[in-house]
Design a protein around this ligand. Structure first.
Ligand code: PMP
Length: 280
């Protein structure tokens, strides 16, 4: 594993962040997580373009171009020699005495590159039980901001109650998990909530939609409530680190057959193929 802060590569354990860092004082920043398969960052350009979009949305100017960020990631990967890795990149509004107004200082960039923490195969094979929770987040969830308090609390409460993930519901509409997007399959149609301001526009979500189209699986991006989820034939979560995670129950009520669904597994197999192809 390796760390990076403002132009310097360091051991990840090294204490480096000044007290007056706006990332931890205000959560005033944005981030990305990129999975590296067989030494190749998967969908790196898409992730960095989303980082740029998130930064623009919070009026933060990125201190590097996308090409420079790509080069930095490549440099770090070469140093770690990791083949299966997770890149975490964070850009904040910099280091300055704590006042709310934007400081006139450069943005601050930190990054870690660590061995990927893969989901145990028995968890994925069994599928997961999720719980629906009221969404208490703000209305700009398309921004990948550092403010994850509602997500962190929802995930912990879900785990404490024996669930794998919390799924946010706002005004009767199912939106996404605390760190992932959600899909269901009903009568052969793949359905996922639309990419509006109430969800993060997941890179894995977009990849899955592409794969589904290439497999001629009908796709609908539309709002749905808990009723449709509970009566679905299949459901699954997607994220960079989870890939495709079959949901077998929602609040202990079985979905479909109560086992990972056929279409979910097929989509995951094709997702694996797509990153294997970029790796060779
Ligand atoms: N929604 C939320 C709230 C997330 O935190 C994440 C993961 N960062 C996702 C969706 C999935 O996004 P991606 O597929 O780009 O990892």
């Amino acid at each position: 594993a390796i760390g990076f802060i403002n132009g310097q590569w360091i051991p990840v354990e090294q204490a480096v962040l000044p007290i007056d860092e706006r990332g931890h004082n205000f959560g005033d920043g944005v981030y990305e997580v990129i999975r590296v398969y067989q030494g190749v960052p998967f969908k790196m350009r898409e992730h960095l373009e989303r980082l740029l979009k998130s930064a623009e949305a919070i009026l933060l100017k990125l201190p590097y171009t996308i090409e420079e960020l790509e080069a930095l990631i490549a440099e770090g990967l070469a140093k770690t020699e990791l083949q299966e890795a997770a890149v975490y990149m964070q850009i904040t509004r910099g280091i300055a005495t704590r006042v709310h107004l934007f400081p006139d200082v450069p943005a601050s960039t930190t990054m870690t590159i660590r061995p990927a923490a893969d989901i145990p195969s028995n968890v994925r094979e069994a599928g997961i039980n999720v719980t629906l929770v009221e969404d208490e987040r703000w209305k700009n969830c398309y921004i990948k901001s550092l403010n994850l308090l509602p997500n962190v609390i929802a995930k912990q409460k879900a785990k404490d109650q024996g669930f794998y993930e919390a799924v946010f519901v706002r005004d009767g509409i199912v939106l996404e998990g605390s760190s992932c997007n959600i899909f269901l399959v009903k009568d052969g149609v793949l359905i996922t909530p639309p990419a509006n301001r109430f969800i993060l526009h997941g890179i894995t979500r977009a990849t899955l939609l592409d794969i589904a189209s290439s497999l001629q699986i009908p796709v609908e991006e539309k709002e749905f409530g808990p009723d449709l989820l509970l009566s679905a034939d299949e459901a699954f979560l997607t994220s960079t680190s989870m890939e495709v995670m079959p949901i077998i129950a929602v609040d202990n009520q079985p979905i479909g057959t109560g086992k990972p669904g056929e279409i979910s597994l097929k989509l995951h197999a094709h997702y694996r193929d797509s990153y294997k192809r970029v790796g060779v």
